[in-house]
Each structure stands twice: as C-alpha cells, then as structure tokens.
Design a protein around this ligand. Structure first.
Ligand code: SAM
Length: 251
C-alpha cells in the first residue's frame, strides 16, 4: 500500500512537470476514463485493515504508480488510494455499533476511498452522502461500493465546509484533521451543524500532531480505541493505534 512518504513524493513531483501532468489530466477527465484509470492502477484489498469485511481498491506494491515517477501521475494527490488509520478506526466503530447509523442520514465528509460511507450503508443507514472535493475520490467511492455489492451513495464534490449545513443525523470524519487550516474551518462548520441540527459528529484519528494540538481536541469524548494491524503500522511511520471520538462542544 502507498505510504505517506509516497504521497509526499507524488506531491513533490507535481512541481516537476506541470505541463505534462495537465496534458494527461485533460485527457483523463471523464468519469469513464477515471474509472478505467482506477481499475488499472489499484488492487482490491481487504483482510489487512481494521475492517476486513470491506473491500477497497487501493494502491499496493503491485500497482504501477507505487514505483512510477510521480510526475506521471495525472491527478491531484491520491488520498483516495489509501485507507487512512483514522478512517479505519471510524469504520470499525460504525460496523461494531450499527445502531449509530441505522435508519439515519449520514455524511462521510472527506470520504477518500469511501470506507466510512460503505460502513454506514452496511449498517442500514437511511441515506448516505459521500463528500470529497476530489472528483477521483468520488469515483473511487462509487467503485468501492460496487465492489462491496452496494448501491453507491450520493457523491458530492462541492466543498460543503462553511456552506449552510444540511440536516444530517451523523457526520463521519476519518483522518480529516491532518491540516491545521482545514481543522479550524471544519471545527467552525461542525459547531454550526450541531447547533442547527443536533448532528452527531464522530471523528477517527490516529493521534496526528495537527489533531492533538487543535482546540477541538479538548471537547471530545473517547468512544473507542483500536490497535492498528501490523501492516498498517508499518505504512504509517510508527502509529500504533487509532481512536474514535464524539465531538461534544460547549455551544
Ligand atoms: C486523509 S484523507 C482521509 C480519507 C478517508 N476519510 C479515510 O479515512 O480513509 C482526507 C480526504 O479529505 C479530502 N478533503 C480535503 N479537504 C476537503 C474538503 N474541504 N471537503 C471535503 N473533502 C476534503 C481529501 O481529498 C481526502 O480524500
């Protein structure tokens, strides 16, 4: 599976040959092209994560772009091709406690590969929306739903943060506190969602510095903590566990 270092390398490579990337990008924009690209450049994975019952198309060492020059990567950073430790814990928690999503309207914000949305669907959520500003992530989420024999959720690629909150019962946030600026806007918007609709906000995070140091951290109730499987630890530079929190603001 791709590592954070590899993501950084892909990111770095973006600056090396922008022209070439744009040329490729322009020729890869249709959903059919993106689907073909994902199918050709990922492998279905399952057993090694915290949720072996969910299969996901991800980067593995057998995939071309695991070793390929990052400047040849035709899209933005491939966060959707990784099943992040925060998302793994969150999805595990949802699967273990189906009552959290059963019959509820659920938003998986920053869905990436779509695992938390899939977990919510498997638990009988009434309505699931998967949101990611990366169009490729939304296609990957649809393909991963199909891989698990599920109808794809509604996939939204607009930036919902700071928009008028919709009346979701549950918002799922897997590994979304990896960037300080994003964490701050997200925090503000979550307050608004809770104040307006009483939304239940669940966060999965493996203890990233940006999360641990953020002021939202003091307003969280721990729900569960999961030891990460060995392979996930190896791919995530020594992270050993991942925690699920409920956001309980003092509004
Ligand atoms: C670290 S990944 C986590 C993916 C997934 N939740 C998981 O745990 O496997 C963060 C994801 O958030 C998405 N993202 C970043 N900013 C966003 C925003 N403002 N709205 C929605 N998604 C966003 C990225 O494209 C990326 O797919």
């Amino acid at each position: 599976m791709i590592t954070l270092g590899r993501v950084a390398a892909v990111k770095c490579g973006r600056h090396v040959n922008r022209f070439f990337r744009r040329l490729l990008s322009d020729s890869c924009q249709s959903v059919a092209d993106i689907r073909r690209f994902i199918a050709e450049n990922t492998e279905p994975c399952g057993p090694k994560s915290l949720t072996p019952e969910i299969r996901l198309r991800l980067f593995t060492p057998n995939c071309r772009f695991w070793r390929e020059r990052p400047e040849l990567w035709p899209f933005g950073d491939p966060y959707w091709a990784i099943y992040w430790p925060g998302g793994q814990a969150l999805s595990r928690y949802v699967l273990d406690r189906p009552e959290v999503c059963l019959g509820r309207t659920v938003l998986d914000l920053g869905c990436g590969c779509g695992a938390a949305a899939i977990a919510a669907k498997l638990c009988g959520a009434a309505h699931v929306v998967a949101n990611d500003i990366d169009k490729v992530a939304s296609v990957a989420t649809q393909m991963n739903c199909e891989l698990n024999g599920l109808e794809p959720p509604i996939c939204v690629t607009d930036n919902m943060i700071d928009s008028e909150p919709d009346p979701f019962d549950v918002i799922l946030l897997g590994d979304m506190f990896y960037d300080e600026a994003l964490a701050t806007t997200l925090h503000r918007w979550l307050d608004c969602c809770i104040k307006t609709h009483g939304t239940n906000v669940l966060i999965g995070d493996p203890g990233r510095a940006q999360f641990e140091g953020h002021k939202i951290r003091r307003l969280l109730q721990e729900l569960a903590c999961f030891q990460l499987p060995e392979s996930v630890r190896e791919e995530n530079y020594g992270l050993t566990c991942s925690t699920v929190w409920r956001y309980c603001p003092e509004l």
